[in-house]
Design a protein around this ligand. Structure first.
Ligand code: G16
Ligand code: MG
Length: 216
C-alpha cells in the first residue's frame, strides 16, 4: 500500500502561476515585447533560469551573462512582492482537508517543487508544518521529467518510490512521478494530464474514502 504523499506546489497547493506570469510579463514589456498567458503555459514546472531563456527566445533578445543575471533577479524581486501579499485565502480548494486527513492517519508528506521560493510560500499560506521535508529548487539539480525531485522526497521520508503518491498539475511532473515508479495523480485537465494514473479536476473531487483506499 501507499505510505507517503508528495505534493507539487504551484498549481496543486496554490495558484502562483498568475504571479509568475505578471512578473515575466513586466520584464518582457520592459524589453519591448508581449508575453501572453498562453505562452506562460510553457513556464509551468520549469526552472527560473530556463524560463528566462525561453522568454528571451520569444522576444528575440540576446543578453550578456550580466544582463541575464540582472533580469533573473529583477523578475524574482517582482514575483516576491506578490508572494509577500499572500495568505491562507490563496490555498486551492480542499487542500487543507486532504492534508488534515493524511496527517490524521500519520502519513508522512513532502513537497516536490522546482521553486526556490517554496519555503517562503508555504510559510505565507500557513501550511509549512504539514510537510516533513521540502524538496525544492534549492536542492534539485535535474528538472522534471527527471525523477530526481521525487526520489529525493521518498528517500528523505524513508519510503520506497513504489509506496509514494505524487500530486502534479504539469505534464513534466506526471512524467517525473511515473519515471520514479510512483503513483501519479493529475490535478487539472485530464486531456492534458492523460499520462497520470488517476485524474481529478481539483482536490474537491478527491474523497477521504479514495485516500483511505490508497493507504490501506
Ligand atoms: C514552479 C513554477 C514555475 C517556476 C518554478 C521556479 O514550479 O511552476 O513556473 O519557474 O517553480 O520558481 P522560482 O522562480 O520561484 O524558483 P512547481 O514545480 O512548484 O510547479
Ligand atoms: Mg506545478
Amino acid at each position: 500500500g501507499i505510505k507517503a504523499f508528495i505534493f507539487d506546489l504551484d498549481g496543486v497547493i496554490v495558484d502562483t502561476a498568475k504571479y509568475h506570469y505578471l512578473a515575466w510579463k513586466k520584464l518582457a514589456n520592459e524589453l519591448g515585447f508581449e508575453f501572453t498567458l498562453e505562452q506562460n503555459e510553457l513556464f509551468k514546472g520549469v526552472s527560473r533560469k530556463r524560463c528566462l531563456e525561453i522568454l528571451l527566445d520569444i522576444g528575440n533578445v540576446t543578453a550578456t551573462q550580466e544582463q541575464f543575471d540582472t533580469w533573473m533577479v529583477e523578475k524574482n524581486e517582482d514575483y516576491l512582492a506578490y508572494i509577500d501579499e499572500m495568505d491562507s485565502s490563496e490555498i486551492l480548494p480542499d487542500v487543507p482537508r486532504v492534508l488534515n486527513y493524511l496527517k490524521g492517519k500519520n502519513i508522512p508528506m513532502a513537497l516536490g517543487s522546482a521553486s526556490k521560493n517554496a519555503r517562503a510560500i508555504l510559510e505565507k499560506v500557513g501550511l509549512i508544518s504539514y510537510f516533513e521535508y521540502l524538496v525544492d529548487g534549492t536542492n534539485v539539480t535535474k528538472a522534471k521529467p527527471d525523477p530526481e525531485v521525487f526520489l529525493i522526497g521518498a528517500n528523505k521520508l524513508g519510503v520506497s518510490p513504489e509506496a509514494c503518491v505524487v500530486f502534479e498539475d504539469a505534464v513534466a511532473g506526471i512524467q517525473a512521478a511515473n519515471n520514479a515508479g510512483m503513483t501519479s495523480i493529475g490535478i487539472g485537465d485530464e486531456s492534458i494530464l492523460s499520462e497520470a494514473q488517476y485524474n481529478f479536476k481539483d482536490f474537491t473531487e478527491i474523497s477521504n474514502d479514495f485516500l483511505g483506499q490508497l493507504i490501506s
